[in-house]
Design a protein around this ligand. Structure first.
Ligand code: GLV
Ligand code: GLV
Length: 324
């Protein structure tokens, strides 16, 4: 029987073509995030579901699909929106797209660090609001990165790519594993000249902290009021991982009080909502979840997600499964 393949959002053309070749392909029209009811109706009878991080995929979705469902392939590296144990219990393979978005995400994280430390958003707002300005020696002074210490929370692939960029800008690297995470490979430590610290020491000594850990029960609000109070008042926080890793209200309060110099945020606790207090602050660089948003990367993610789904439908091992 021809397998039924459901994609919850349209993918780049080459991925759609690969899926069309492998089965009967359904995608939403118009292209928008499905409600829970629409998702349940759409997946009925599906052998493969290719989803994105907006879709909550749990046991109920699997049951709405039916016992023939073999694979859920998410077009993302993070899979906190998927109840992996519930799917694995039902014998469903879960796959994600690590690797192909590493550079794009690290580029964006470093871009946010530059944006907030060099006050690019403030400068742009000033010009666009047609406020008067002229070059002078003390105008919109930012903070240099050379010789400063970048603390990386979660030295996985994206953390390493961020650290490489920071090294090229003359920064020193310290890192900590996510809770339960392991120390990096000695070769990676050596290449980056990176020092392993406890989270507390890292927060205490870093001039900028960049979050590269997945969202798990252990990392939810990892950066809370206490963690923020541990950071230097001159330090910056960069988050391109998942919003709930940071207590946004506590962050806004720390920034407002001057307990932290600034933040660069690509992800938010209640996405797409942004805590209103953050919008009042000039020392926050904001981006609407653009970490992997380049044409090249989104195409590669879609192609990998399609390869994962097709491999499982054919009875092969997918390239990038999520393990239990
Ligand atoms: C994006 O946030 C991803 O997890 O791929
Ligand atoms: C700045 O524009 C300079 O010329 O120093």
């Amino acid at each position: 029987m021809t397998p039924r393949i459901v994609v919850t959002r349209k993918l780049a053309d080459p991925a759609m073509a690969a899926l069309r070749e492998a089965g009967d392909l359904w995608s939403p029209e118009p292209d928008r995030t499905l409600t829970t009811d629409e998702l349940h109706a759409a997946v009925a009878g599906a052998d493969a579901v290719v989803s994105t991080l907006q879709d909550r995929i749990d046991g109920a979705v699997a049951d709405a699909a039916g016992p023939q469902l073999k694979v859920v392939s998410t077009v993302a590296v993070g899979y906190d929106n998927i109840d992996v144990p519930a799917l694995h219990e039902r014998g469903i393979v879960v796959t994600h797209t690590p690797g192909v978005l590493t550079d794009a995400t690290a580029d964006l994280a470093f871009g946010l660090l530059l944006s907030v430390t060099r006050r690019l958003g403030e400068g742009e707002r000033l010009i666009r609001e047609r406020r008067p300005w002229e070059f002078h020696l003390a105008f919109l002074l930012g903070t240099g990165l050379q010789g400063k210490t970048l603390g990386i929370v979660g030295l996985g692939e994206i953390g390493v790519a961020m650290a490489r960029r920071a090294r090229a800008f003359g920064m020193e690297i310290v890192y900590t594993g996510r809770p339960g995470g392991r120390r990096a490979d000695p070769a990676v430590e050596h290449e980056l000249d990176a020092r392993f610290l406890s989270l507390e020491e890292l927060l205490r000594t870093s001039d900028a902290v960049s979050l590269h850990c997945p969202l798990t029960p252990q990392t939810r609000h990892l950066i809370d009021a206490e963690a923020l109070a541990t950071m230097k008042p001159t330090a910056y926080l960069i988050n391109t991982s998942r919003g709930p890793v940071v207590d946004e209200a506590a962050l806004a309060e720390a920034l407002r009080r001057g307990a932290l110099a600034g933040a660069g945020l690509d992800v938010f606790e209640k996405e797409p909502e942004v805590h209103p207090a953050l919008l009042e602050l000039d020392n926050v660089a904001l981006a609407p979840h653009l970490g992997s948003a380049t044409t090249e990367t989104r195409t590669a993610m879609a192609e990998l997600a399609a390869r994962n789904a097709v491999a499982v439908l054919r009875g092969d091992t997918p390239p990038t499964p999520v393990r239990s």
